[in-house]
Design a protein around this ligand. Structure first.
Ligand SMILES: Nc1nc2c(c(=O)[nH]1)N[C@H]1C(S)=C(S)[C@@H](COP(=O)(O)OP(=O)(O)OC[C@H]3O[C@@H](n4cnc5c(=O)[nH]c(N)nc54)[C@H](O)[C@@H]3O)O[C@H]1N2
Ligand SMILES: Nc1nc2c(c(=O)[nH]1)N[C@H]1C(S)=C(S)[C@@H](COP(=O)(O)OP(=O)(O)OC[C@H]3O[C@@H](n4cnc5c(=O)[nH]c(N)nc54)[C@H](O)[C@@H]3O)O[C@H]1N2
Ligand code: SF4
Ligand SMILES: [Mo]
Length: 749
């Protein structure tokens, strides 16, 4: 037996912690994970790890993880060879496309794809080969409102992040990094960074209907009524202006429409939003004053502010308050990260952007608005169920479990069962993939290389960190990108045995070619062949990554800056390369609005304010449902890891003692929760941590459906909360589902 240590970035959540993995090898050379710890030398995470990070070995060894493709034969999955799997797809899917057109096949891209190089770099190849308008992703059960508010204001999907390590005051709404480790704010050891904020005399205010683990440790917790965040932020903006505390500073000359915003918000006094927010007017006024008084402050909102009725307005108002209080784009405020691969949406120069358009087209059956090239997931079941031209009859999922993660799960589940053909690129047979005709499993995380292409653009420090694969893939296992490219080849007409390398060469040439043509690129006008020769014979994601790094903001420009970054530099620095603290004064450089300015009052926000206004006088009786996360779970797909699921049942209905009394609910006994679309029976947990009138269920549970092959997860006493979430309760601007604030009734079961 011998041992070795490998280092790798954890791909499980946005924090991207460095892991130190001890492997032992047997006499026959097979290696096993012995231990996983935090990598103390990682330039960003410095040794931090959460309970999930240490389970990559468990995931790798999980006997339920598919090692070979499976195909349905007489209703049962059987293992097949890779060639057979692709031949089955060719025979099953292509005739549907030929007969009914490309739109007859939809595609759904799920969350782990954002943490994996193959999907990050090659999903686009698959999508364009498919050529369908019916594109969906987990983004519209997640962050689409923030992407749109940033796109409307800044012209690019450059989302400002709180400068966690230097701020004096953090106003956090609808996020619980003690469980989630942060999102749209890449910050390994987010909880530790919050502790240090408080240790240096700073203030943390958490706005959440639940006294979450993060709220528990905050200096102040405001238990807001779900969906009241836009009202609260509008009132804060209003107080800043009315009390002479607003000071936009240097950004005034780079901003359009701010006066119109303040005028439109003039009626949002703290008193007027008391009912909608459930908060005391004095508390709101004091909060605005505290925020303004801090030397530097940042407002940060996440899931609870996006997946709710006023998601885009709230996301926009987060940055309006950052702007009005003088905290946008300054040290300690809300800042723009500069990822080493560059932001695709910040190509070109300020004033050269086309601006973001929402709803250029709408979905066929439900008229739901397209944004960023996708329809909201709420449109998927309708498109499958509604007959006629353009009906969806087939589906491809990549790293997604929509039956668990999307609203009105039972409806979607039935819709998927009615499909003529379905392909899943996924390691498990779960709630969604059990409907597939063919499942193509990717290698395990330890068998994949890693670089956080997207998430490092939302980091609280500029860093670059590449990890090679820790373990070799078995001989017949293609890499994840090869699966995607081979499927793209099949859809593009190259047959079931498409030449993956030839397609990959085209992808690489296209990326390099566009850099050469881009007059703002460091390789503008260079000879393509000369650049290609410098790519050291790399292929796949490594080649694309090398191109992106070398033409990126810190890149070596293919030789013009010998000190600059390339993949070779990252390979030589396995603990990452620190590129420094976030830089202030990135505006106007990051702006891609047609005007070259911040558009403070985009038209869709102007229009949607009427909806906010109308909500002010609404009755607010009745119970509403919100979600929550636990540090030991990861959306729907890690409940098969026994070390993470042991212990008390975490899939409970949290209810305030007053509500429990009124409704006759008993601790530990089941209650029936009903919404417009469905009902579940779930164990009651009585706690004063939740606001009266609000109940909470975590998502991602309920693997105990027929046909699922997750032996540990199936034992768990959990239910799927998305049986209750309602596809007609949405943020109307983005079409993003409102998973929080769902009206429900509860009674003892
Ligand atoms: N009620 C409620 N619902 C929610 C949320 C909520 O807060 N409340 N949160 C929402 C959010 S933020 C998100 S991001 C979505 C997530 O929604 P989805 O992305 O649809 O679902 P996940 O649960 O992340 O499931 C991921 C799938 O990817 C597979 N997988 C894991 N690793 C890999 C890999 O390396 N490659 C491939 N190809 N597949 C892999 C898993 O087996 C699983 O099938 O859920 C949303 N749903
Ligand atoms: N352990 C673990 N970590 C994860 C994940 C996971 O499933 N498990 N998922 C990952 C993913 S995909 C994402 S997107 C991130 C999400 O990361 P976070 O945004 O931190 O998500 P949550 O932990 O669900 O916290 C959301 C909070 O919003 C509150 N909330 C609900 N409704 C409202 C409202 O109307 N207003 C306000 N102000 N608050 C509200 C909820 O009570 C909850 O405490 O986490 C990521 N990290
Ligand atoms: S917080 Fe946990 S799951 Fe997230 S990257 Fe770090 S170790 Fe992995
Ligand atoms: Mo997410």
């Amino acid at each position: 037996m011998s041992e070795r240590i490998a280092v790798r970035t954890c791909p499980l959540c946005e924090a991207g912690c460095g892991l130190e993995i001890t492997l032992t090898s047997n006499d026959d050379g097979t290696e096993r994970v012995k231990r996983i710890r935090g990598d103390r030398d990682d330039v960003f995470s410095g040794g931090y790890i959460c309970p999930k990070g240490s389970t990559l070995g468990h995931l790798h060894d999980d006997p339920d993880r598919l090692r070979r493709p499976v195909a349905k034969r007489d209703g049962e999955f059987v293992e097949v060879s890779w060639d057979e799997a692709f031949a089955t797809i060719e025979a099953g899917l292509l005739p549907i496309l030929e007969e009914h057109g490309r739109d007859a096949c939809a595609i759904y891209l799920g969350n782990p794809g954002a943490h994996s190089l193959g999907p990050m770099l090659y999903n686009r190849t698959l999508i364009s080969a498919l050529g369908s308008r019916n594109r969906f992703s987990a983004s519209t059960v997640d962050q689409r409102p923030k992407e749109l508010s940033a796109g409307l204001m800044f012209g690019s999907v450059a989302v400002p992040v709180p400068d966690l390590d230097r701020t004096d005051f953090l106003l956090m709404l609808g996020a619980n990094p003690h469980a989630s480790n942060g999102s749209l704010c890449t910050a390994p050891d987010f909880p530790g960074r919050l502790d240090r904020l408080q240790e240096r005399g700073g203030t943390l205010v958490v706005v959440d209907p639940r006294r979450s683990e993060t709220a528990e440790r905050a200096d102040q917790h405001l238990a807001i009524r779900p969906g009241g965040d836009a009202h609260l932020l509008a009132a804060i903006a209003n107080v800043l202006v009315a009390d002479g505390l607003a000071d936009v500073g240097r950004l005034a000359e780079h901003t359009n429409g701010l006066d119109d915003v303040t005028e439109a918000l003039a009626s949002y006094t703290p008193e007027r939003v008391e009912r909608a927010t459930g908060l005391d007017a004095d508390a709101i006024r004091t909060l605005a004053h505290d925020l303004a008084a801090a030397p530097a402050a940042a407002v940060y909102g996440r899931i609870g502010t996006c997946t709710q009725e006023f998601g885009t307005l709230t996301s926009w108002l987060v940055d309006i308050v950052n702007l009005l209080s003088g905290n946008l784009d300054r040290i300690g405020g809300a800042m723009f990260a500069k990822g080493a691969v560059g932001q695709p949406s910040t190509k070109g120069a300020p004033g050269t952007g086309r601006g973001l358009r929402i709803g250029r087209v709408t979905s066929r059956a439900g008229g739901r608005p397209e944004s960023l090239g996708e329809f909201p997931v709420t449109a998927l079941p309708e498109e499958i169920e509604t007959p006629g031209d353009g009906q969806v009859r087939a589906l491809i999922t990549v790293a997604g479990n929509p039956v668990s993660s999307n609203p009105n799960s039972e409806r979607l589940d039935a819709a998927l069962a009615s499909l003529e053909f379905m392909v899943a690129i996924d390691p498990y047979v779960n709630e969604t993939t059990r409907h597939a005709d063919v499942i193509l499993p990717p290698p395990s995380a330890l068998e994949k290389s890693h670089y956080d292409i997207a998430l490092l653009n939302f980091a609280v420090r500029n860093v670059a960190n590449y990890s090679p694969a820790v373990l070799d893939t078995p001989d017949d296992q293609p890499e994840e990108w090869e699966i995607l490219v081979r499927l793209a080849g099949l859809l593009g007409g190259a047959g079931a045995n498409a030449d993956v390398d030839a397609i990959d060469d085209q992808v690489a040439a296209a990326i390099l070619g566009s850099a050469v043509r881009d007059e703002h690129s460091s390789v503008h006008g260079r000879d393509l062949t000369e650049l290609q020769e410098q790519l050291d014979g790399r292929r796949g994601p490594e080649r694309l990554l090398d191109i992106m790094l070398r033409t990126g903001p810190y890149g070596d420009g293919f030789g013009t800056d010998p000190e600059g970054l390339s993949l070779a530099v990252l390979e030589a620095n396995p603990h990452g390369v620190d590129l420094g603290a976030l830089e202030p004064e990135r505006i106007p450089g990051v702006l891609r609005t047609p005007s070259g300015k911040i558009e403070a009052f985009p038209e869709p926000m102007r229009v949607d304010l009427a909806r906010l206004e109308a909500s002010l006088d609404r009755e607010v009786d009745g119970l509403v449902l919100v979600g929550r996360r636990h540090v030991r779970s990861n959306n729907s797909w890690m409940h098969n890891v026994r070390v993470l699921t042991k212990g008390r049942n975490r899939c409970t209905l949290q209810v305030h003692p007053d509500d429990a009394d009124r409704l006759g609910l008993v601790e530990g006994s089941p209650a029936t929760v009903r919404s417009r679309v469905g009902e579940v029976s779930i164990d009651v947990e009585i706690t004063d941590a939740i606001r009266p009138g609000v109940v909470s269920i975590p998502h991602g549970f309920g693997q105990n459906l027929p046909g699922v092959r997750l032996r540990v997860a199936q034992e768990y006493r959990g239910v799927n909360t998305n049986v209750l979430t309602d596809e007609h309760f949405v943020d109307e601007v983005s079409g993003n589902i409102a998973l929080n604030g769902v009206p429900v009734s509860v009674s003892p079961s």
